[in-house]
Design a protein around this ligand. Structure first.
Ligand code: OGA
Ligand code: MN
Length: 272
């Protein structure tokens, strides 16, 4: 094994070469990939021709897998979620979010494979919520550490585009949840801002006229270019990210072009 890495920005992101993700990873390689994910928060691999089964098995090496309540899944391999513009209107991913923060135990991370990408556009951006946190003034860090926020699935799956019985059922089984505004990474101990435009709906005990500007300031702060990386996909690229301390944004700038991504989602812990 000869793993090399190229960091993409000081805050977040690295390209990893020398790993064939289609084969079962030996313990040493698995641990190396996990360490790189923890260190760089999102890591990218080129030219990985994975089958759905191989993608599932790769992700399962990092924890039990999650099946999404709304998005379509691969029939043969239900742990593979389909982000396919032919199946869904995917504009709702064009906002900053941390996946499934509307559950009590949002995902640890995900393995995303590009199957079909537009000739131009459809880039995905990730932001480091730890770098954003670190840059806050100490007094604000302390204050934010006392707050909790509500997260609601309904915010990112509007009824006009996901208006199905399935959406209604997903809402019933996923009532709004409360998470700390600042969460601590269970492995690295780093603190991160854990509110996002995608699913956060309010701050516990604070009226909307005060909570909304505070939340808007935090969303804008996390999304500052200094804390982000932008990835230009080629088919066969794989991204693995730490969903606990990052947010991402799937750019929707490719009109009617067909874009297909497959995601395997790793289950996580309750944020603290
Ligand atoms: C995701 C997502 C990213 C993309 O997979 O969680 O938000 O690039 N989409 O489609
Ligand atoms: Mn997402």
């Amino acid at each position: 094994m000869n793993i090399t890495i190229e960091q993409l920005t000081p805050a977040i992101g690295a390209v990893v070469s020398g790993v064939d993700l289609s084969r079962p990873l030996d313990a040493q390689t698995r641990d190396a990939v996990e360490a790189l994910m923890l260190a760089h928060q999102v890591i990218f691999f080129r030219d990985q021709a994975l089958t759905e089964e191989q993608q599932r098995d790769l992700a399962a090496g990092f924890g039990p897998l999650h099946i999404h309540p709304i998005y379509p899944r691969c029939e043969r391999v239900p742990e593979i979620m389909l982000l396919d513009t032919a199946l869904n209107d995917l504009r709702d991913n064009a906002l900053w979010h941390s996946d499934v923060s509307f559950t009590e135990t949002p995902s640890l991370g995900a393995v995303l494979l590009a199957r079909k990408v537009p000739a131009l556009g459809g880039d995905t951006l990730w932001a480091s919520a730890t770098a954003a946190y670190d840059a806050l003034p100490d007094t604000l860090k302390t204050y934010l550490g006392t707050l909790s926020a509500t997260h609601d699935l309904a915010k990112s799956f509007p009824a006009e585009r996901f208006g199905s019985e399935q959406l209604a059922a997903a809402k019933r089984s996923n009532p709004p949840v409360v998470h700390p505004v600042i969460r601590t990474h269970p492995v690295t101990g780093k603190k991160a801002i854990f509110v996002s435009e995608g699913f956060t709906t309010g701050i516990v005990g604070m009226e909307p006229p005060m909570a909304e500007p505070l939340l808007a300031m935090l969303y804008a702060h996390v999304a500052r270019p200094e804390y982000t990386v932008r990835w230009k996909w080629r088919a066969g690229d794989v991204a693995i990210w730490d969903n606990r301390v990052t947010q991402h944004y799937a750019t929707y700038d490719y009109g009617d072009a067909h874009r297909v991504m497959n995601r395997a989602t790793i289950m996580g812990d309750r944020p603290f």
